[in-house]
Design a binder for this molecule. Structure first.
Ligand code: ZN
Length: 243
């Protein structure tokens, strides 16, 4: 099986369109989404409606939960909170129901998929090898796909140690059968690794290779929509820097 794995679309339709066009050209067996369809960006309904019919499976993100009022947003920063309150006003009943019914995790023979981490699927951030190590202990999987931090990368457990590495674009990562992996697919709609290009992960099960794909998209167009919607300026600006 060949999988395209997208995460953290965050209502960025311009980034989503570019990513979907690339994925369509490659023709994977399945398209999987790791959550955070909405929040931050200006097109929550259009993004869900565009991607939903193409998905073979998806899991829920913390912003999706917040947007349907099922997660306490008092811990969100003021800008994320403002965007969620705006997003709640935009959602149609149909999109709200879709987000509300998304599962917390998804299993395929090749992988476990969650938004945050295998031990706290919706909210935990895997930001270093220590947290990744605890996650390797907490759940059974050989490969776990995550999003949530918006920083693409890979954590490898070789049976003794856990190491963390970035995942550069277009550099195939060979998955050794003796090792365990947590791979972060990065973010379609709000990258935070200093590279403003949209990211997604290509996973070829038979070849045992995972490759991060990065694609430029018209950031200014998304920014203009965000300004027009009255979304916080800091959220508009960060898209240009990928932070
Ligand atoms: Zn997110």
């Amino acid at each position: 099986m060949r999988y395209a794995v997208i995460s953290d679309i965050h209502a960025n339709l311009e980034a989503l369109e570019v990513v979907l066009a690339d994925i369509e050209a490659r023709g994977p067996d399945e398209l999987i989404c790791l959550g955070d369809f909405v929040g931050y960006g200006p097109d929550p309904v259009a993004c869900v409606e565009r991607v939903r019919p193409r998905l073979a499976g998806a899991v829920v993100g913390n912003h999706d939960r917040a947007a349907v009022d099922r997660l306490d947003i008092s811990t969100f920063n003021a800008y994320a909170r403002a965007a969620i309150l705006w997003t709640r006003e935009q959602l149609t009943d149909d999109v709200r129901r879709y987000l509300d019914e998304l599962p917390q995790d998804l299993r395929r023979p090749a992988f476990l998929a969650v938004h945050g981490s295998p031990r706290d699927p919706v909210e935990e951030y895997i930001i270093d090898a220590v947290i990744a190590g605890a996650c390797f202990e907490a759940a059974e999987f050989r490969l776990c796909l995550v999003g949530h931090t918006h920083v693409p990368g890979v954590f490898v457990h070789d049976g003794e140690r856990v190491t963390a590495s970035p995942l550069p674009a277009d550099e195939p990562l060979a998955l050794r059968p003796t090792d365990r992996y947590i791979i972060n697919a990065g973010s379609v709609g709000q990258p935070r690794d200093g590279d403003p290009r949209a990211a997604y992960l290509w996973l070829d099960e038979e070849a045992a290779v995972a490759t991060l794909v990065r694609l430029p998209y018209p950031v200014e167009k998304t920014q203009e929509k965000m300004v027009a919607a009255g979304l916080p300026a800091i959220l508009v600006e960060r898209l240009a820097y990928g932070r």
